[in-house]
Design a protein around this ligand. Structure first.
Ligand code: ASP
Length: 334
């Protein structure tokens, strides 16, 4: 009897260990109040699910071959940046003067390493530029022409506005201007649907990393920088707590340092990721003012997905199981 019990304990310990060593990827493709079953066609839904699944699988492929959490974040987000469906890379929203100005950041939870870029104008994959800054620069955040130049020097693919600026974005900008009047100084409003992309990963070694990439907010003033490239606001990772990426009305995420606050609440108050995210999205950021959401993965593999809008494009993949994706509030993933 004693022997059987011992064997059982060993087996359970082994299973728990196996569980611990499995990787987890979580992503978002933006949050918004127009993400409702009524407003989103069946065709568009299918396209979103397909793109998010592909992104998760690309990230998983990196981890399957022994890649690190940060590499998986870059692989996953590159897929979404290349898709015109999202507000990042190709398909970014436009500034008041009809240009793209892309922001991205990446953080690694071990050693607090980070890289970020703001106001890129001609780089195909801003998340790769953020990774390059993290790897090869003694700085954390590069902006504007200097950031473009650094990425080009490091061999990243350069593209022109024919690739980045999509006709449907020009149309959206036109109607945005019509709706909000002719003054560029007007603050960017929170639109109905955003499309920033973000990813958080816990790899087999328990390393955490998170990244975020965006075109920002439609009609933003030239030079405006949102939360996405700001470590602590739009992105954060710490191996003892969580890796997190935010999406939403950036000005509010900056003011409340939302990404770092998630880490802080978990570390100092001992809250679960879900409880901390719930508080930040629904109490710190009042709905209607700081619209948005966040995704993350904790050091124990807890998946966090919270938003105060009607929907958030989101999904996750746990090693050994197929990817799961969702769009609307009513959809349950776990
Ligand atoms: N947070 C982004 C920004 O303010 C926008 C978004 O997430 O949709 O630039």
């Amino acid at each position: 009897m004693k022997k059987i019990l011992l064997l059982l304990i060993c087996l359970l310990a082994h299973l728990a260990e196996g569980q611990k060593d499995r990787y987890t990827l979580v992503l978002h493709g933006g949050a918004g109040n127009r993400l409702t079953p009524k407003k989103l066609s069946a065709e568009k839904r299918t396209q979103y699910h397909k793109a998010m699944t592909e992104a998760l699988e690309q990230g998983a492929a990196v981890l399957d071959t022994g890649g690190k959490a940060a590499d998986a974040v870059v692989a996953c987000l590159s897929v979404l940046e290349n898709s015109p469906l999202f507000n990042a890379g190709r398909g970014s929203v436009l500034t008041w003067n009809g240009k793209v100005s892309m922001d991205a950041s990446l953080m690694i939870g071990r050693g607090q390493r980070a890289g970020a870029v703001a106001g890129l104008s001609c780089i195909k994959n801003p998340i790769q530029a953020a990774r390059t800054v993290e790897q090869y620069s003694r700085h954390v955040l590069l902006s504007g022409a200097g950031a473009d130049r650094f990425a080009i020097e490091k061999g990243l693919t350069r593209v022109d506005s024919n690739y980045l600026v999509l006709p449907q974005r020009l149309k959206q900008l036109k109607s945005y201007k019509k709706r909000y009047g002719a003054s560029e100084s007007r603050p960017a409003n929170s639109p109905g649907k955003m499309g920033t992309v973000g990813c958080a990963v816990r790899d087999r070694q328990g390393r955490l990393a998170a990244g975020t990439s965006t075109g920002g907010m439609m009609g933003k003033r030239h030079g405006r920088v949102g939360d996405s490239p700001l470590i602590g606001a739009g992105t954060y990772a710490h191996d003892s707590t969580v890796a997190v990426s935010c999406t939403g009305h950036g000005e509010y995420f900056i003011r409340y340092a939302i990404a770092h606050s998630l880490h802080s609440r978990m570390q100092h108050r001992g809250e679960s990721g879900a409880a901390a995210a719930q508080h930040l999205l629904h109490e710190t950021l009042q709905p209607g003012a700081g619209d948005g959401g966040l995704i993350g993965v904790s050091h124990t593999g807890e998946i966090i997905m919270e938003f105060n809008t009607k929907g958030m494009l989101r999904g996750y993949l746990r090693e050994g199981a197929p990817a799961k994706t969702a769009i609307f509030k009513e959809e349950r993933l776990e």
